[in-house]
Design a protein around this ligand. Structure first.
Ligand code: PLP
Length: 369
């Protein structure tokens, strides 16, 4: 090459993203929910402010932001362990349970390994799997919007490393029963990590989903994923955790970004655990509203599956989804739309829920007309 050609090549060459990254969808910022009249029902956050003890713990810890947090999160891990009657060695924390899930997938999967999950389920699943260079294997939900565990077991290959079970499932709200997961665990290889994502477990009625800790004690290839983001109301602080055998939990701690869980988040999570009773009282209100909303929607003529999360799922084709999105937009209500599949609406305080009922009734009336 002449020096001119070298110069040209140098000028036109540019850094490129890995294919796994350039293939990912861009993040589309949601409409700002700052307006007084906008009902933010798109992200399954708690509409309650943080528990008073958590807010106080954050205020108290804020004066020490010049210091790094405890990287091993010892106090928080011990408190979670005490809460669940396991040992701190079986707990790994991360920046939200999505952060912990990323540690799980990067910790267990080599390029080309397979991760099986239901679809539709949590949108973060395929993204984290592809980022790790692993292969997402989506198994369609059954007709009742729940996990098709037989089909998931049939999807296992020698490359399967991880299976994700989301109960209650986001976005459909349908739980997986204890007996069905137990039968599934008997049928899959014990070298596959079966992650039970229980982000909404606090909202589920007792007995509707699995007793995951009992399953974990019986099947060491079970990993439980929980978060402080939803019922505990700490979505903005980023803290979640996994329960797993000590060797897996230790591996997850090693793959963590150093200091990813801030001292504020650690303190708030500890304070929140101490206020579990207050959290449960709030959950009871949301459960009551969930029942009311579902019953009213059914009375209007909508069909929906009973939800065990703090949200409701309306299955809808492209056309209906578009009309629902437009109607909610018009009413300043943010909901989560999945084009071609339906919409998910977070259950919040009665006034917002009433606005939802109003929109849904109007959409149905317009449809009938
Ligand atoms: C919200 C959610 C999470 C938790 O996310 P964080 O990272 O803890 O905020 C995990 N799994 C599912 C299915 C969720 O819907």
């Amino acid at each position: 090459m002449t020096s001119d050609q070298i110069l040209m090549a140098t000028e036109t060459a540019h850094p490129t993203l890995r294919a796994a990254v350039s293939g990912l969808p861009s993040y589309v910022p949601g409409r700002r929910s700052a307006g007084a009249d906008i009902a933010a029902l798109a992200s399954n956050e708690s509409h309650y402010e943080p528990l008073p003890a958590a807010a106080a713990a954050v205020a108290e810890a804020a004066g020490r932001m010049n210091r790094y947090p405890d990287m091993a999160a010892v106090e928080l891990r011990e408190r979670i362990a005490g809460h669940l009657a396991v040992t701190a060695g079986e707990i790994a924390v991360g920046p939200g349970s999505v952060g912990v899930l990323q540690q799980i997938i990067t910790g267990l999967c080599d390029a080309g390994d397979e991760v099986i999950f239901a679809w539709r389920s949590f949108e973060a699943y395929p993204i984290l799997v592809e980022l790790a260079g692993a292969r997402p294997v989506r198994v369609p939900l059954d007709d009742a919007e729940g996990h098709d565990l037989d089909a998931m077991a049939a999807a296992v290959t020698e490359r399967t490393k991880v299976i994700l079970l989301c109960t209650p499932n986001n976005p459909t709200g349908v739980p997986i029963s204890h007996d069905r997961i137990a039968a599934f665990l008997r049928s899959v290889r014990s070298d596959i990590l079966v992650v039970i994502d229980e982000a909404y477990v606090e909202y589920a009625e007792a007995g509707s989903g699995p007793d995951s800790l009992t399953l974990y004690r019986e099947y060491p290839n079970v990993c439980i994923l929980r978060t402080f983001s939803k019922a505990y109301g700490l979505a903005g602080l980023r803290v979640g955790y996994a329960v797993a055998t000590p060797d897996i939990a230790e591996g997850l701690r090693r793959t963590a970004i150093p200091f990813a869980v801030t001292a504020l988040a650690q303190k708030a999570a500890v304070a929140s655990l101490d206020a579990t009773g207050e959290m449960q009282a709030r959950v009871a209100v949301v459960q009551k509203e969930r029942s009311r909303l579902a019953a009213r929607l059914e009375a209007q003529g909508w069909t929906l599956q009973p939800s065990q999360g703090n949200f409701l799922w309306i299955r809808a084709d492209d056309d209906l989804t578009a009309r629902l999105v437009a109607a909610f937009d018009q009413a300043d209500i943010l909901v989560r739309a999945y084009q071609g599949d339906g919409i998910r609406i977070t259950v919040a305080e009665p006034a917002s829920n009433d606005r939802v009922l109003h929109v849904m009734e109007a959409v149905l009336a317009a449809h009938a007309a």
